[in-house]
Ligand binder design. Structure first.
Ligand SMILES: [Fe+2]
Ligand SMILES: [Fe+2]
Length: 182
């Protein structure tokens, strides 16, 4: 990753806390992305890395275990994956903008913020609350370590590069998670 923006590098902790810390980072980065006082190109790259790494780690290690160990349903987990795909699609539109000082960029950022804020809210209500209420500390610590390890590995692999985001969007379309449309 070339970005100088610090994405943190947790290696252990309660999975709910680790996920919420990333959600705070998403909100901060979205605010910076809206501001012309920021290095918006650096911010979009940092946001891309964090979004892909976080969502992949949730889908690989957190959602599957919570379906078994808590009242999180298969539908809620699948809906989360659908919203990750929508987030990647909105992210791709931001990354594809040639410049960061255009109306097109502002519109793409507005859509990204809408999609991601919706997902953070829904995930905290339907996935993190049951995770906190239904599971024990030990499982949440195990999931925290698995989540953090995958998240950091993804960031080290430069997971936010545009080719990788495009690959994930195309894969989601093939799997029917988002419309083939645009
Ligand atoms: Fe999340
Ligand atoms: Fe998520």
């Amino acid at each position: 990753m070339d970005s100088a923006i610090d994405l943190g590098r947790p290696t252990s902790g309660d999975v709910v806390d680790l996920i919420l810390e990333d959600h705070d980072r998403f909100e901060r980065l979205l605010r910076q992305l809206r501001s012309t006082a920021s290095d918006r190109d650096a911010v979009r790259q940092a946001f891309a890395a964090l979004h892909v790494a976080h969502a992949e780690a949730e889908e690989k290690h957190v959602y599957p275990r919570l379906k078994k160990a808590s009242s999180v349903t298969k539908d809620e987990a699948e809906h989360g994956e659908h919203e990750h795909a929508e987030g990647n699609e909105a992210l791709l539109a931001v990354l594809e903008c040639a410049g960061t000082d255009t109306q097109k960029f502002d519109d793409a950022v507005e859509e990204l913020a809408r999609v991601v804020n919706h997902h953070l809210t829904e995930e905290e209500l339907t996935i993190l609350n049951p995770a906190r209420e239904d599971t024990g500390e030990q499982l949440r610590a195990e999931l925290g370590e698995a989540f953090a390890t995958e998240r950091n590995r993804q960031i080290d692999d430069d997971c936010g590069r545009i080719e990788n985001v495009r690959r994930l969007v195309n894969k989601a379309k093939r799997h029917g998670l988002i419309d083939e449309g645009e």
